[in-house]
Design a protein around this ligand. Sequence first.
Ligand SMILES: Nc1ncnc2c1ncn2[C@@H]1O[C@H](COP(=O)(O)OP(=O)(O)O)[C@@H](O)[C@H]1O
Ligand SMILES: [Mg+2]
Length: 277
Amino acid sequence: MSRALVVIGSAKGSPGATTLTLGLAACWPTSARRPRPLVVEADPSGGDVAARFELSDSPGLMELAAAARRAVSARVLGECVQLLPGGVHVVVGPTGAQQAAAAVGLFAGNGAGLLRAGMGSGGSVLVDVGRLQAETSGLVAAADRLLLVTRGEVDALAHAAAQVAQLSLPRGRVELALVGPSPYPLAEIRKSLGVQRVHQVPWDSRTAHCLAGRTAASPRRWRTAPLVRTVTDLAWHLEALVAQNSEAAGRDLTKPTATSGVPGQAAEKSWEGGGVR
Ligand SMILES: Nc1ncnc2c1ncn2[C@@H]1O[C@H](COP(=O)(O)OP(=O)(O)O)[C@@H](O)[C@H]1O
Ligand SMILES: [Mg+2]
């Protein structure tokens, strides 16, 4: 079983789900026993990661979806993974919408169970589903946490509220990531949407560009960048959730050290994803 399955998605538009997903993976508090999470891009509207980082979209979700009809071993999962600058491992989604919808459709039904099994006992998985749609409802329902990403304007929040109501997930499993400024107090947003937490994600174009592969990050600036600080805190919060899961399962609980994968820096060579060999 993977340590945690976190699904990141949005209600409408393009508020920053992929950026947040890659930021979380890059800033995850890692240690020898706590590998960086694997990112799976399962956006039925088409993936962005391959194009942004000038990768082929194969191997990726298409291959994983085809394998998922049988069973996903750690080896098969490892064969579908590509490495981003800074050491984030990702299963990229097909860029084309038609192919992406087909791959996600194939994968999403039993993908959560297969990912958990394929990851073994080591790593967590961050699944970027893009805008929440019927195709990905199985992944959302199986997640330990759904991070719903939204902008802070009234219309965006109204769509997020409608999405939360429609999901009918237990309140404790949905958290909101609010990208950029909002005229409303966080407590008010949390109450009116009925979500467990609201995380404010700062508008930080420089870091967002690094996380989109447009520019290389400077290690000195990276550590103090507003978006990096915030996603690091959010990653710690999610890691604590993982620790709770582990405690329940009687696993190791030694404190991890915070490390940050700096996009544009030399990538870590080996797969850290705990169990994917
Ligand atoms: N926190 C942020 N600060 C500045 N720009 C951001 C932030 N998050 C996302 N962006 C930018 O917004 C655009 C959409 O982001 P993306 O992560 O692709 O959204 P989504 O996955 O929801 O479609 C990109 O150009 C990205 O660089
Ligand atoms: Mg996206």
